[in-house]
Write a protein of this length. Sequence first.
Lengths: 441, 154
Amino acid sequence: MSSLHAEQNVRGSKENDKLKKIDFKLISFTLAGRDYGINILKVKEIRKAGNFTMVPNTPPYVKGVDNLRGDIIPVIDLRILFNLPAESKDATNLENIIILRLDSLVLGIIVDTIEKVVGIASEALQPPHPIFGDINIQYIHGVVENESRLYIILDVDRIFGTPEKAQVSALPSAAEEAENTAEPASASVEVVATENVSLDLQFISENLSTFNQFFVSPINIQWTKSRLRAWKDLRKAENLDFQFTQKDDGEAFLSPFFSPLTGSLWTETQMVDLAKMLKLEGNNLVIWNPGCGRGYESYSLALMMETQFKASTYKVWASDLDLLSISMAPGLILDENELDLSGKSFTVQTKSGLQFNSNLKNKILFEFHDIKNINPFSKLHLVVIRDVLSFQKPHDQEKILVEITEKVKTGGYLVVGTNEVVEHENWRFVGHEPWSIYQKI
Amino acid sequence: MRVEYINPFVEAAYSVLTEVLHGEVKRGNLFLKASTKSVMGVAAIVGLAGEVEGRVLFDMSKQTAIKIASVMNMEELTELDELAKATISELANMITAQSVTKLHELGFRFDLTPPAIITGENMEVSDQEVEALIVPMETPYGSIEINVAIRQRS
């Protein structure tokens, strides 16, 4: 009896796991009242356009060609291709176009309406049954149900004629490692979907995570939304579309995100300013500084402790996943000009140049460490983790935050990036521009 | 793992392997691992203590172990017998000892334990609480992975 119950529980939770494991995302749209979807990896962008240049002697479903920022691409009316009833708009109305990128072929397809980004587990995909589609079954990659809507997923490689490359069963994207198979839903997509946010934001979020490994989540969504508004205006003024076409666009979008005082030593004024907001006292203070890069942040923290908290003993545990940067951190060579008077007293001339003296260096431990892995701390007083969480997958962001929350002492501090926000009942904001400081309550 | 510890292990592995194998040894990219890792067939483990606690594991396939033991003994061995195992143990000891010497020169005090050899099929190694650094080395006789899992003692 009990084993049967257990089996049902396992099955129930397995279905829940299936729901949570989103590894296939599609853009959903409608054709003649039915819901369809296309693998988001095949979609380059979406736009509204009209007035296509007609090309003579082409099949009826080729509406013509369109000028996509200089590239001439064919535009195909999917409704005509599939013999579905199509309401033709007059010359002034703009059609909804999905631009596809299939290997070297770029083309646009006209659809009735474009809906949203839907995330599903690839296991939930079912093979097509002849009865499901009004269109030729070999064009259907699969069928999936999501929130009581049935989506027919089109195999665009097959439709637009690269037979060898016809879509294989959806595999997790190459970026996912094998160990992450137990990962629950990508929180960014869930949050974004439940807030009924614009398709634009969803699209930009996809681009940011693919091109720049920046993951939109509660930590940075406020910044991302306001940045998107500004970005759209900026691009419009340059007569460009707001969507990304390459990695550089993502970098340009993200450039105002990064916290100031990164990659260089803090000045005394800045250290005093930060120290005022931190009530650190006692001895054996443990400071954790993940994502320290070449070490400027860690050295600055140590200098701050030396000059502003003279009465306390401390240790800075700095880590980074960039082996090259962090191997150089212990032997960081300084420029005389980057130091003010108080900093200079902690330096010493060596054969290779100006470095921090061993007294200071001994207070910092630089480690090659992946913060997604377990760490050895049991009690932390200060965690400085700026612009790091936003570049972790949402599931890892949560995991790391939970760990930090557990390990920081009550009254201890967490400093995140200037444009990052921590919304959690255990953390109270106590900082001011540009310091995002939270105290544990 | 503390960055200062990395180079001694990498350099010692490279120098010892190049010397005993008289061949070209290439180092692959370093990476970190925190979950269970499968072992290729032969694992030589050396414990570390002192400023850190943990172990170094030298991982290779049975074939690679036999070939390396053959080269080191200058005779053709066909199976992983006592002589071959002792040779691999010795290799593990040489690399770890040289690493510890280099670390000593940098001011770090490490102690090592005598090596142990474990052989078998379908083995896995996991470290519950310590992150492991993997240094893959490519030799003419197959790959050897050096797996260092240590944590600060304080």
